[in-house]
Design a protein around this ligand. Structure first.
Ligand code: RFL
Ligand code: PHB
Length: 389
C-alpha cells in the first residue's frame, strides 16, 4: 500500500487529522491497534474549547455537537464552603462546550467512509521505519496479513503508550515529566448533574470535580492515592465522598444512581521534544500529557492537529518544506502554556501528601486573590477557554 500520510492511531487526534487532510484532497490512511468499539468504550474528556468545536464545524461534522453539546458560560472553584464562580463568557466573550470525547470520536468515525478516509482497525505490531528519510513506511499485521504502508510522512497520533515517539532516537530526544502522587477516580452515571456548571473542589479530604455529559448524564471525580483499588470503591462510597468534598450546596443537589463506568486514572505532566523528527510528526498524547485539571488534553491534541494539517497542506499543495520545519515550534509553544495552566490548577486544587501548613496557606491566599481580582479571574478564564492558535 502507498499513501501520502500514514497516521498511527484512530483516537480523536488521528481521526481529526485524517479528515482535515482528506478535506484538502491529501491521501492518508489511519492504522489503529484496537477495534472501533474498544476506542468508543474509553470514557475520557468532556469539555471542548472553541479550537476543537471550530475544527468539527470546518469539517461539517458538528451537527450533533451543536444539537447535543451544552454551552458553558462559566465554572466554579470550591474551597470548603466558599464557591468562586469564574464568569468565562463575561471575562473573555467565549464559552466552552460539554460534549464527550466519545461522541467526537463517534462523529469522526462514522463520517470516515463517506469522506474516503480509510481506517484500519485491529492492526497489530505496528512499526515505523526509515523516519529520517523521505520515504518512511509502516509495517503491521491486519486481518492476518503482513502489510507495508509507504508514505511521504508518518504522523504519530498513537497516545502515550504508542510506538511513534519511541521511534525518535534517544540522542535527539528530551523528556520533561512530573508524576503526581494521586489519581482521579471517575464515575459516570445516568443521573442529572448537581449543577449546570462544572465545580472543581479543594476539600480537606481531597479534590472533587462535578462534571457532566448531558442534562441526564453526570461525570464526577475524586482524587485518591495511587495505591487505591477500584474494587474498594462501591458506588455508595463514591457518592458519600463527593457529597462531603463538593460542599453543602452541591451535595444537596446530587442525585445518586448506579455507575455505568468507574475507573482510576493516574495524573501526569509530560512533554517530549522534538515533536518532529525527519518525516515523523507527533500529535496529541503521543507527545505530551497534562493532568486533567483544566480539561486541556483533548483540546491540545486538536491544536497540534490543526498545526500539523496546516504544515502538511503547505507541503503537498504549495511545496512549502518550511511549513513542516516550523510545525514543532508552533505546536510546542501552545503545549507549554497548557502544561503550565494544568499544573497550576492541579497545585491549587489538590492536597498533596507532602504539603504542610505553608502550602495550604498559599492555596488559601491564591483562592482569596482569585475571588477578589478580576485580573486573576480573566487569566484563568482565558486559559480555560483555550489560548489562541
Ligand atoms: P488517544 O485518545 O490515547 O488515542 C491514541 C490512539 O492510538 C492507538 N494506539 C495505536 N494504534 C496503532 N498501533 C499502536 N501500537 C497503538 N498504540 C496506541 C490507541 O488505541 C488510541 O486509539 O490519544 P489522542 O488522540 O492524542 O487524544 C488525546 C486525548 O485522548 C486525551 O488527551 C484526553 O482524553 C485527556 N483528557 C481530557 N482532555 C480534555 O481536553 N478535556 C477533558 O475534559 C479531559 N478529561 C482526559 C480527561 C483524560 C482522562 N484519562 C483517562 C487519561 C479525563 C480523564 C479521566
Ligand atoms: C470530564 O467531564 O470528564 C472532565 C471535565 C473537566 C475536567 C476533566 C474532565 O477538567
Amino acid at each position: 500500500m502507498k499513501t501520502q500520510v500514514a497516521i498511527v492511531g484512530a483516537g480523536p487526534a488521528g481521526l481529526l487529522l485524517g479528515h482535515l487532510l482528506r478535506a484538502e484532497g491529501i491521501e492518508c490512511v489511519v492504522v489503529e491497534r484496537q477495534t472501533g468499539d474498544y476506542v468508543l468504550g474509553r470514557i475520557r474528556a468532556g469539555v471542548l474549547e472553541s479550537i476543537t468545536v471550530n475544527l468539527m464545524e470546518r469539517l461539517g461534522l458538528d451537527a450533533r455537537l451543536k444539537a447535543e453539546g451544552l454551552v458553558e458560560e462559566g465554572f466554579n472553584l470550591a474551597d470548603g464552603e466558599r464557591l468562586i464562580r469564574i464568569d468565562v463568557a463575561g471575562l473573555t466573550g467565549q464559552t466552552v462546550t460539554v460534549y464527550g470525547q466519545t461522541e467526537v470520536t463517534r462523529d469522526l468515525m462514522d463520517a470516515a467512509p463517506e469522506r474516503g478516509l480509510p481506517v484500519l482497525y485491529g492492526a497489530s505490531d505496528v512499526a515505523l521505519h526509515d523516519i529520517e528519510s523521505d520515504a518512511p513506511y509502516l509495517t503491521f499485521t491486519h486481518e492476518g496479513r503482513a502489510e507495508r504502508l509507504d508514505a511521504r510522512f508518518i504522523v504519530g497520533c498513537d497516545g502515550f503508550h504508542g510506538p511513534s515517539r519511541k521511534a525518535i532516537p534517544a540522542s535527539v530526544a528530551r523528556e520533561y515529566e512530573r508524576v503526581y502522587p494521586f489519581g482521579w477516580l471517575g464515575i459516570l452515571a445516568d443521573v442529572p448533574p448537581c449543577n449546570h456548571e462544572l465545580i472543581y473542589a479543594n476539600h480537606e479530604r481531597g479534590f472533587a470535580l462535578a462534571s457532566m455529559r448531558s442534562h441526564t448524564r453526570s461525570r464526577y471525580y475524586v482524587d485518591v492515592p495511587l495505591t487505591e483499588k477500584i474494587e474498594d470503591w462501591s458506588d455508595e462510597r463514591i457518592w458519600d465522598e463527593l457529597a462531603i468534598r463538593l460542599g453543602p450546596d452541591a451535595a444537596a443537589n446530587i442525585t445518586r444512581g448506579p455507575s455505568i463506568e468507574k475507573s482510576i486514572a493516574p495524573l501526569r505532566s509530560y512533554v517530549f521534544e522534538p515533536m518532529r523528527h525527519g518525516s515523523l510528526l507527533l500529535c496529541g498524547d503521543a507527545a505530551h500529557i497534562v493532568p486533567p485539571t483544566g480539561a486541556k488534553g483533548l483540546n491540545l491534541a486538536a491544536s497540534d492537529v490543526h498545526y500539523a494539517a496546516q504544515a502538511l497542506t503547505g507541503f503537498f499543495k504549495a511545496n512549502d518544506a518550511d511549513a513542516i520545519a516550523s510545525y514543532a515550534a508552533k505546536a510546542l509553544a501552545r503545549v507549554w502554556k497548557s502544561e503550565r495552566f494544568s499544573w497550576t490548577l492541579t497545585k491549587l486544587m489538590h492536597r498533596f501528601p507532602d504539603d504542610g501548613p505553608f502550602e495550604r496557606a498559599m492555596q488559601v491566599a491564591e483562592l482569596d486573590y482569585i475571588a477578589t481580582s478580576r485580573a486573576a479571574q480573566t487569566s484563568i478564564a482565558e486559559n480555560y477557554v483555550g489560548l489562541p492558535v
